[in-house]
Design a protein around this ligand. Structure first.
Ligand code: MTE
Ligand code: MOS
Length: 751
């Protein structure tokens, strides 16, 4: 099995936004942005830029024809700053020139004066000053206060998780073309073509039918282009609209890193209560989410944090509070896991601290509290078809948890400066957009008269393999060779009102829509065969490897011949279908409901070796048993699992986003921001497919795979910390991620 794009990618033939051949006369935009994190604009002088040879136009907030607003959920984000700036890197002006070098050189001539205001970068400080984007969100059940009195042990603590840079290979960008009658067509690197269309329409003051967004594929998104592709597309669009020329804007890497938001850093307070044999009775947790300067997707991300507050465990009394804190950082945004990972980190940290206090093995608490069939989550949904224990048990047996433990202990007895650690990491991740209305998708399938097939859906291919999955769906239903099927670009004029490709749901939603459209066509073709070849209504017509069977016997007719015949007989060879996930709802007042179509489960065990002289570490292995449902694209699913694990390890270990106290990003290049390379990849990575798992709500009985395995990476943090404990027994360590080699070294030696 190969991914749809593999051959073209390897040959360098795949087109990304930056690769499109540009029409004669295309102009280039560069964005002038704020150099400070908070302040008033006292004066802005563009006169020198206007005189710069080759500069065609400068656009400021006042030149925007529609509304200067790109906030999707909450309308709190101007496209271009007006009187105040709220983060370092906030766009203020667009400089449009005949070529890129001129645009970039000219923008340096903008003269701006600020009256600086004190920036807030810390979410707790923002909270103390009342800077909440929405009122506190509380998900709860039972009664934590009553439950504390029944607990044998209580443990409290504070944990921190860091931001994470998406570092998609392809930076943000778009090309916009003026079309007939004041319209605009945008080629964008966006996960959400409809959201991009909507944002551009608002900026331009145009109805949606005047703006078409087209997406070939993304060189990675990871959530970073779910909402944050919109600004750059809108900037390209307004530039094209004003100049009446095609305009291209691709962010250079450093600008992309400075101007766009990351995974939300969280500061978290927790309190957990257990019986002396390790049963969790009560858990109270408060999440201070560092939202940055605008809401962006922070509020649904915070909700997912609250949904996943108890990870893979059943806890009868829960109170989870989410605080969406406005700071002067670039607006933080979606990132693989969408707020879930932060919650799971806190829960695991609480369990680790409780285990230390109880003097029992962490895995005893983990295993004892895993979800069993029918357990109720704190938001009212039941854990149906729970595979939490099945995954744990299979992992425990397959990877021999007991043996790992004794080997690690033996190694640590025999080695003084090098210590090993391991950690088990169960996960549970809800599949569906938590905004119920977003759980819908469309597909448009054309069978061309030569028998080839073109499919358009709402899904955006960004390396995760959704196009190949959709192709497999159609190939299976028509029983034709995959090579006959092309997946078209994602285009708002072909499939409208799309949800972004996110929440790991694209293959489910768009696969199901494709399945419906293909089945619809299949039925039409079956009826045609019956008519044409004189079969009765009850006859069985089957398609098999591009041949047609009637009541089990081959008809002298290939797929291609069938299609041609059907075309001449005026059979409609195109079908559109819409799919909406059944049975989900959520009451946002009571915070109760069946928010998810189903859950994804798994258990991993992570082993590491720490060099206690240098603070460096090696991830020896990550082994997992994961519930893929019934995978129909094993290689793609395995690739997703491995990639997500790596990204999770990066977030927990070496990827450290640092802003200084003035809100300026210090890690704005690959020299200062490190992501895992092949040398820091686990020496061994082994992901097993849980057997006998079915999932009717997933496409072809499979389960969504894009995000959940990222959270196995959390085990790495605890494995490293366990190795540190072996070196310094009795020392208390901070639960603050990422656990960089620097922090390990300081942690081992600093008192
Ligand atoms: N895999 C690759 N190669 N590139 C990506 O950008 N994004 C991830 C995941 N896997 C991503 C990826 C994220 S954040 C999500 S939500 C899912 O893919 C989205 O795709 P799906 O719904 O088809 O799983
Ligand atoms: Mo993924 S964070 O839902 O784009």
């Amino acid at each position: 099995m190969k991914n749809y794009d593999t051959t073209r990618h390897v040959r360098g033939e795949s087109l990304f936004a930056d690769d499109f051949l540009l029409p004669e006369g295309t102009l280039f935009a560069s964005v002038f942005s704020s150099s400070i994190a908070h302040g008033k604009i006292v004066s802005l002088d563009i006169s020198e830029v206007e005189k710069h040879p080759g500069v065609k136009k400068i656009i400021l907030a006042k030149d925007i024809p529609g509304q200067n607003q790109i906030g999707g959920i909450i309308q709190d984000e101007p496209l271009l700053a007006e009187n105040e700036v709220h983060f370092c890197g906030q766009p203020i002006a667009i400089v449009i020139a005949e070529n890129l070098l001129i645009a970039r050189a000219a923008k340096k001539k903008i003269k701006i004066e600020f009256e600086e205001l004190t920036p807030i970068t810390d979410p707790r400080e923002a909270y103390a000053k009342g800077m909440l984007i929405i009122p506190p969100r509380i998900f709860s059940n039972g009664n934590v206060d009553e439950a504390w009195t029944q607990c044998d042990v209580l443990v409290e603590g504070t944990v921190e998780t860091g931001a994470q840079e998406h570092l998609y290979l392809e930076t943000q960008g778009a090309i916009a073309f003026p079309t007939e009658g004041n319209g605009i067509k945008i080629i964008s690197s966006t996960q959400g073509p409809t959201a991009t269309q909507r944002a551009a329409c608002k900026i331009l003051g145009l109805p949606m039918h005047q703006v078409e967004v087209d997406v070939m594929r993304l060189g990675g998104g990871f959530g970073g282009k779910e909402d944050q592709a919109n600004a750059w597309a809108a900037i390209a669009a307004v530039s094209a609209y004003v100049t009446k020329k095609p305009v291209k804007l691709i962010l250079p890497r450093q600008e992309d890193m400075r101007m766009t938001g990351k995974r939300h850093p969280y500061s978290i307070d927790y309190k957990i209560g257990l019986t002396k044999d390790g049963k969790i009775l009560s858990y109270e947790v408060t999440f201070f989410q560092n939202a940055g300067a605008a809401a962006d997707l922070s509020t649904p991300i915070l909700d997912r944090t609250l949904f996943h507050a108890t990870n893979s465990y059943f806890v009868p009394n829960v109170k989870a509070t989410g605080l969406c804190c406005r700071t002067n950082l670039p607006p933080n945004t979606a990132f693989r896991g969408f707020g879930g990972p932060q919650a799971m980190f806190a829960m695991e940290a609480a369990i680790y601290k409780a285990a230390a206090k109880l003097g029992i093995d962490v895995s005893i608490i983990q295993e004892k509290n895993l979800l069993t069939e029918g357990d109720e989550f704190h938001y009212g949904q039941l854990a149906e078809n729970s595979k939490a224990r099945a995954c744990w048990n299979e992992a425990k047996e397959k990877f021999k948890f007991d043996e790992i433990k004794s080997n690690v202990e033996k190694f640590n007895r025999e080695n003084q400066l090098s210590k090993k650690g391991y950690a088990c990491m169960p996960i549970c991740f809800g599949i569906s957009f938590t905004n119920t209305f977003m759980n819908q998708a469309g597909a448009l399938v054309h069978i061309y008269s030569d028998g080839s097939v073109g499919i358009s859906t709402a899904a955006v291919e960004m390396g995760q393999g959704v196009n190949e999955k959709i192709r497999l769906v159609a190939a299976e239903i028509f029983s034709i060779n995959k090579s006959k099927i092309k997946i078209e670009t994602t285009n708002t004029s072909r499939v409208a009102n799309t949800s972004p490709t996110a929440a790991s749901s694209a293959a489910d939603l768009n696969g199901k829509a494709t399945e419906l459209a293909c089945k619809n066509l299949f039925e039409r073709l079956v009826d045609f065969v019956k008519d044409e070849f004189g079969f009765s209504a009850s006859s069985k017509i089957e398609f098999e490897d591009e041949t047609i069977l009637g009541d089990g016997n081959k008809i002298d007719l290939t797929w291609n011949e069938l299609i041609q015949k059907a075309f001449f007989k005026r059979v409609n060879l195109s079908a559109h279908a819409h799919y909406a996930v059944p049975g989900i709802y959520f009451d946002k007042e009571k915070n109760k409901g069946n928010a998810f179509a189903y859950y994804s489960f798994g258990t991993a065990v992570v082993e590491v070796t720490v060099d206690c002289l240098r603070g460096t570490y090696i991830v020896d292995s990550v082994k997992a048993v994961h519930d893929f449902g019934k995978s129909f694209a094993n290689v793609i699913d395995l690739g997703q699992a491995e990639g997500a694990i790596m990204q999770g390890i990066g977030w927990m270990t070496m990827e450290e986003v640092i802003y200084n106290s003035e809100g300026k990003l210090l890690t704005d290049a690959l020299s200062t921001y490190k992501i895992p390379d092949i040398h820091s990849a686990p020496k061994e990575i082994e992901v097993h497919f849980l057997e006998n798992s079915e999932n009717p709500l997933g496409i072809f009985n499979s389960k969504a795979i894009g995000e959940p395995p990222l959270m196995y990476g959390i085990g790495t943090f605890f494995a490293i910390q366990n190795a540190m404990k072996a070196f310094r027994p009795g020392k208390e360590f901070q639960f603050s991620a990422p656990l960089t080699p620097e922090k390990v070294l300081l942690g081992l030696y600093k008192e």
